[in-house]
Design a protein around this ligand. Sequence first.
Ligand code: HEM
Length: 402
Amino acid sequence: MPKPVATGLQLTALDPAFRENPYPILKDLREREPVHNDTELNRWVYTRHQDVNEILRNPDLLSDPRKARPGTFSREFLSDDDREPSMLMMDDPGHRRLRELVRHPFKPHAVEAWRPRVRAVAEHVISQIDEPEFDVIAHVANPIPTVVIAELLGLDASCHDQFKQWSEDMISVAFNPVNSEEQLQTAERAGQALDAFFRNEIQNRRDQPRADLISEMLQADVSGDRLTEDEIVSQCNLLLLAGNLTTSDLIGNGIMALLQHPAELAKLRANPELMTNAVEEVLRYESPVVNSGRVAHMDMEIAGHKVLAGDSLSVSLAAANRDPAVHPDPDRFNIERKNIQLQSFGGGRHFCLGAHLSRLEAAETFSVLLERFPDLAISGKGHRYAANPSFRGFAELWVSAR
Ligand code: HEM
């Protein structure tokens, strides 16, 4: 009898084997049960690129977890049913309205204008490293996205550390189906603190608008429709939660992939114009968000299997990115890979709003780091992956600058 395929928590970073290397486990699942009925976490799991792509882009499927049946995986994401939902968890028409009101500053040309500021943040943060051996997560990957998003929101530099702590406390429960009571309470306190903090920042900008994202959200007007204060607070929270950890993971994963593949690193050092494609390959090779999801709006057939209204559909972005049907030799890290068809930013109506920003942050960070440390290498002090179920990234990654 062959071993049963992995299921439930074995398909999350809470399991040590999956946390260290999820790819053989996902490959096995894709080959043997590409549509997997996970009865432990109450969800369907899809691992083929084509199925993931179609599910994410199916406009009829839902994203609001309150529409999933109680007890399903999607429903368990909800820690507090009363909180104003963010757009990530909304359906039309509410989703379309909110996205329209906040999307403009995230368009590619608007984000491109931030490049010099992002580079300056990367230069400043990296210039403070003075040890020959350091944890690149604590010193580079964690601070840069927080400082960038805090600057974009227009927050004072003195509150950046506090800001990072609150966002970490919240994210540790936000996508975790098995939270402890203590984790939930810490997150609840962080959520309340952030809420009060943002309301205060909004009030300051009502009195005196500035050139920042909170002021832009206050002024956003689509045919007379405006964001309410609750909506602005909720969007600020989403930008923090959706933008910080993910981009930190992208940066950490990218540094590791480059250092583990010296020939690719040498190619990039010699040809900096490969940077854009190198970032795409990092996103494909090590997707910072491992899975996303939808909810079935009615009884229907998906990928050849019947699902019921309210079922939770979990798509493995990490497995899709490594599907050999689309990406030949998928386990090879190749910064010159052609025709990368990423699933890492999700798709369809909910396609990541921060995709351009995070690509830019990663590119500038890699570029500054490689310039500053010509002999960067993995250090003997090792690494530790974080145990966030829907994410893949390092809690610690030690490097030496020699
Ligand atoms: C490498 C970094 C990032 C990754 C891998 C990532 C990934 C994702 C994924 C998978 C989704 C869900 C898409 C879906 O379900 O179809 C998403 C949504 C979202 N992301 Fe990102 N994200 C990243 C960075 C950011 C940043 C920097 C921001 C903002 C500052 C951001 C803002 C958002 C927002 C607002 C949504 C919800 C969009 C909607 O519901 O319409 N993300 N992201």
